[in-house]
Design a protein around this ligand. Structure first.
Ligand code: NAP
Length: 270
């Protein structure tokens, strides 16, 4: 698929993977709608894209708020035209505590990661059902295993992957491609607060480059890198005691730092 003159919406474009992906989509000729809560970084990105000869429109919104989410997508439609590609990438992550359960963080993860994605899909679907299109969501390799201390983040990403799988099969024969993207560790503000050594961590721009390839191929599910994919899939077959032992030090001292821009605490899983 050529990205030239396609209208692409990227949620969570104000930092990390979304930022680099939006830049790469614009460089490939797409007109890009930039969605996230913070207007300033979105405007900076739009300026960078314009300076490089691309086209971008800024539409700030909290994607977990259905009305804001829909308004942002409508704003992109009004400025750039009908949406050809949605990349629902916005996400937050926090550890899951036992006593007390940090329910506010848990609710926020489901609100943003799951409902933020579903609201965006809801907003683009009526038009895509008429004209065709491509829907992608950034899930995670954490979707493949419920990790102790990360139960809610893993569950939210499993929900994203499962929703996307059902959507993909439902939209078969409707000229709408569906791509689920499951990255391993990527160096972004979300993971910058991690103190442990992240296996096979990659730069955000390299992740964006690989995601571009998956979008271009219209992959159904794109797991990367392969090493972390294998590790996570093997983890599914490990006895609970081994998983508990591996995650033990982490759970004895669960981190609760805030992300640099004051969002939810960072996740420890990919
Ligand atoms: N980094 C990794 O290792 C990794 C691995 C696997 C999957 N992922 C997933 O990749 C996606 C991008 O994460 P990242 O690593 O690039 O993290 P990041 O740099 O923290 O970016 C997260 C993005 O989501 C946006 N966002 C958060 N809450 C939002 C809300 N309520 N409404 C609108 N936008 C919101 C943030 O923008 P504002 O703060 O401006 O709203 C930001 O642009 C997430 O879904 C994450 O779960 C990351």
């Amino acid at each position: 698929m050529s990205f030239v003159n396609r209208v692409a919406v990227v949620t969570g474009a104000s930092s990390g993977i979304g930022w680099h992906l939006a830049k790469r989509l614009a460089a490939a000729g797409a007109k890009v709608g930039l969605v996230a809560r913070r207007r300033d970084p979105l405007e900076k990105l739009a300026e960078e894209i314009a300076n490089a000869g691309g086209v971008a429109a800024v539409a700030p919104a909290d994607v977990g708020d259905r009305e804001q989410n829909h308004n942002a997508i409508r704003e992109v439609f009004d400025k750039l035209g009908p949406v050809d590609l949605l990349v629902a990438n916005a996400g937050v992550g926090s550890p899951t505590n036992l006593d007390p359960v940090n329910i506010t963080d848990v609710e926020q993860m489901f609100r943003v990661n799951v409902f933020g994605m579903i609201y965006a899909v809801e907003a683009v679907l009526p038009d895509m059902l008429k004209r065709g299109g491509h829907i992608a969501a950034v899930s995670s390799l954490a979707a493949y295993k419920g990790l102790p201390g990360e139960s809610a983040y893993c569950a939210s990403k499993a929900a994203v992957s499962t929703y996307m799988e059902g959507l993909r099969i439902h939209l078969r024969d409707k000229r709408i491609a569906v791509t689920t993207i499951c990255p391993g560790f990527v160096k972004t503000p979300m993971t910058d607060v991690n103190e442990f050594k992240m296996p096979w961590v990659m730069e955000a721009d390299e992740a964006a480059r690989r995601i571009m390839g998956a979008l271009d191929r219209r992959s159904k599910v794109f797991n990367f890198p392969w090493q972390t994919t294998l590790l996570m899939k093997l983890t599914r077959w490990l006895p609970d005691r081994m998983v508990a032992r591996t995650m033990g030090p982490y759970n004895e001292n669960p981190p609760f730092q805030k992300t640099p821009h004051g969002g939810a605490p960072a996740p420890r899983a990919p």
